[in-house]
Design a protein around this ligand. Structure first.
Ligand code: ADP
Length: 475
């Protein structure tokens, strides 16, 4: 199998004298058996052959009837611009040779009668030149292709500092269009501090708010000495996601450690107390076991959330849509929340209308029950004692919905879109309520999996309503 980089040794010879063709053929065959030699007796036949064959070298006589060597080579150049063109000519025709050279139609000429050794040498040089040029072109095309598709921003400069090449990723990073960037020079593209650092150690970071973006992005910049274009080459990598990821991992570790530690300390403390205290009243035993059970539940909640996070992150949380009993799902979430609500003397009720719901709806009942339970748990956590939480549900033509309405703290408007981000917790609650800041982000992922929406209506001091809408039509 031949690859694009296999050297080409195909030679086309055009001469109207059959004896010249056969002696050239013999000479070149003898010189190198790998040569693939094609001979034709006129320019037109040569052009026809070139339309469907690759030639590394085209050797043509100048003086031929119908089409001269000069004309033929000029047309051959249109068909295969990379082929090396050489003219065979007598001394008397040097004028056309000069014209052909000046116009770029030929690379070299050989005078007739030729010296065998010299002709073979010229042919070798021409083939080598052709294959080197081809290799360069292919390597350059591959490099350009690579630069076009990598998710690194790439920009190269000419020796005078002007931009020679810039890939789409780079333009995207800066939020600028090609013309804008091409009008810049090396000095004006980068801030002085970044440029000086690059000159000293070839690496730097560049932090700025790109055009059309709201948040600051952080890029690592690498400067490679000299590009194909004569000036330096810069590579940019967007590190913003890495930094967000690193800070998320940091937050996760510190939240999880804290969240696991608190219930564990409490379980251990009460278990030790039960072991050490000689006599326990029934009421004490009940209270201690109750604390242990509550804290165990809290631990398993954390582990459950972590497992869900792992699933969501690995993209394995695909929802399994089936027809399920909507009312039953609502009721089971309400029932599950009641013991916890009772501890704060909170009343969890299902709205009267919702009690009458009947029939099946499409969705993933396990995931949606998880969503509803999370919303009710939050409502309990972030509501003062002696309040009421109302669960509502309903069906429309294109969708169905359920909502959790509390009489709790409420959520300030500026925080409302942030609380759906992973690990985000409102500052005040961090110190007063346990939590990982994961519940709502998981709810959102599960609802997104249904192509549904999660809406929030909240007023500080009055309470919050989280509403989930799930479409029933298949799209
Ligand atoms: P967690 O409860 O573990 O902190 P969530 O992702 O469930 O994490 O919630 C994120 C934040 O949103 C909470 O820390 C809290 O500040 C706020 N929040 C969620 N639900 C309510 C609610 N019903 N009332 C008031 N604040 C809420």
């Amino acid at each position: 199998m031949t690859s694009a980089l296999t050297p080409c040794r195909s030679i086309l010879i055009v001469d109207d004298e059959a004896s010249v063709l056969s002696s050239l053929r013999r000479l070149l065959r003898h010189h190198n058996r790998d040569f693939q030699i094609q001979t034709v007796e006129n320019g037109q036949a040569g052009l026809n052959w070139l339309k469907s064959n690759e030639a590394a070298l085209i050797l043509s006589d100048q003086r031929m009837p119908q089409m001269s060597g000069y004309e033929f080579l000029a047309q051959a150049r249109q068909l295969q611009p990379d082929a090396i063109r050489v003219m065979l000519t007598g001394y008397s025709e040097l004028e056309s040779v000069v014209a052909a050279i000046n116009e770029g139609h030929i690379y070299q000429y050989i005078t007739k009668p030729w010296d065998d050794f010299q002709l073979a040498l010229v042919v070798d040089q021409c083939l080598e030149r052709y294959n080197l040029q081809k290799e360069n072109r292919i390597s350059r095309e591959r490099l350009l292709d690579l630069m076009k598709h990598v998710n690194w921003g790439v920009v190269t400069f000419a020796s005078d500092g002007t931009v020679a090449y810039v890939n789409d990723t780079f333009l995207e990073f800066l939020g600028r269009d090609r013309a804008e960037v091409q009008a810049l020079v090396y000095e004006s593209l980068l801030p002085d501090t970044v440029r000086h650092e690059l000159e000293a150690q070839h690496k730097s970071t560049w932090t700025f708010v790109p055009n059309l973006k709201a948040v600051e992005h952080s890029f690592s910049v690498q400067r490679l000495g000299s590009s194909l274009d004569g000036g330096p080459m810069l590579l940019l990598r967007d590190r913003t996601d890495d930094e967000i990821f690193a800070s998320a991992v940091e937050k996760l570790i510190s939240n999880v450690t804290h969240e696991l530690n608190t219930p564990l300390t409490s379980i251990e403390g009460y278990a030790r107390l039960m072991k050490d205290k000689k006599t326990l009243t029934d009421a004490e035993r009940f209270d201690f076991v109750d604390v242990i059970l509550r804290q165990t539940r809290r631990l398993s909640g954390i582990i459950h959330n972590m497992l869900n996070l792992a699933e969501v992150s690995s993209g394995e949380q695909a929802v399994q849509i089936v027809d399920y009993d909507f009312h039953k799902m609502l009721q089971s979430s309400v029932d599950a929340a009641k013991p916890r609500a009772r501890e704060k003397n909170i009343n969890v009720i299902m709205a009267e209308e919702t009690q009458k719901l009947a029939g099946q709806v499409p969705g993933d009942p396990l995931r949606l029950e998880q969503v509803l339970s999370n919303l009710i748990t939050n409502a309990i956590k972030y509501s003062p004692p002696n309040t009421t939480i109302t669960i509502e549900g309903g069906r429309g033509e294109q969708d169905y919905w359920f909502a959790v309405k509390d009489q709790g703290n409420g959520i300030p408007e500026v925080e409302q879109h942030k609380i759906f981000e992973r690990f985000y917790r409102i500052e005040n609650d961090v110190h007063t309520q346990e939590g990982l800041g994961l519940g709502l982000s998981l709810c959102k992922s599960f609802v997104d999996g249904h192509r549904g929406q999660i809406q929030l209506d909240s007023k500080v001091g009055k309470g919050s309503t989280f509403k989930v809408v799930i479409p029933t039509h298949k799209s």
